[in-house]
Unconditional design. Structure first.
Length: 157
């Protein structure tokens, strides 16, 4: 299956479609260093928030949207923070999740690492950390992944 970073809440989460503008997509793989670079124009609007069924999410919240981008940029993360702040006007908390989407035949039980912060504590570095988080230890698939959830609360609970 694959990794998924998504937002979940008990209020409406509007979608954000991919921009209409075409952006370049360059993927360079260096076989010697086993590293890769991805370039997609670095435009801050080059991301989307697309629907995923709340039933498919691990949060138990009413609404969920997948955060779709080729890679993190500071500008994109700032827009995600603005999006979360707007959602917090309608609900008490928004959760930012990093999970491995399980297939129908996969019978694994993930652990969940949950942290709660107040909305004014949310930073772009936290979004980058969640989006880069590897649910498997050292990138090795195992039957007990650790999913991450950052709960952003409007007020102390």
């Amino acid at each position: 299956m694959s990794y998924c970073t998504y937002l979940a809440a008990n209020c409406s989460l509007p979608l954000k479609k991919w921009p209409d503008k075409d952006y370049p997509l360059e993927i360079n793989i260096d076989t010697e260093t086993k590293s890769e670079t991805i370039f997609d124009g670095d435009a801050d609007d080059n991301f989307a928030l697309l629907p995923i069924g709340a039933d498919d999410a691990y949060s138990g919240k009413k609404a969920a949207v997948a955060l779709c981008w080729n890679y993190y940029t500071e500008g994109r993360a700032k827009q995600v923070i603005e999006y979360i702040e707007a959602a917090l006007k309608e609900c008490e908390c928004v959760e930012l999740w990093r999970v491995w989407l399980l297939g129908d035949n996969e019978e694994i039980t993930p652990s969940i690492r949950l942290n709660t912060i107040l909305k004014n504590e949310l930073t772009t570095d936290m979004i980058r950390e969640i989006d880069n988080y590897d649910v498997f230890i050292d990138g090795v698939y195992n039957p007990h992944p650790i999913f991450r959830c950052l709960r952003i609360a409007k007020t102390k609970e």
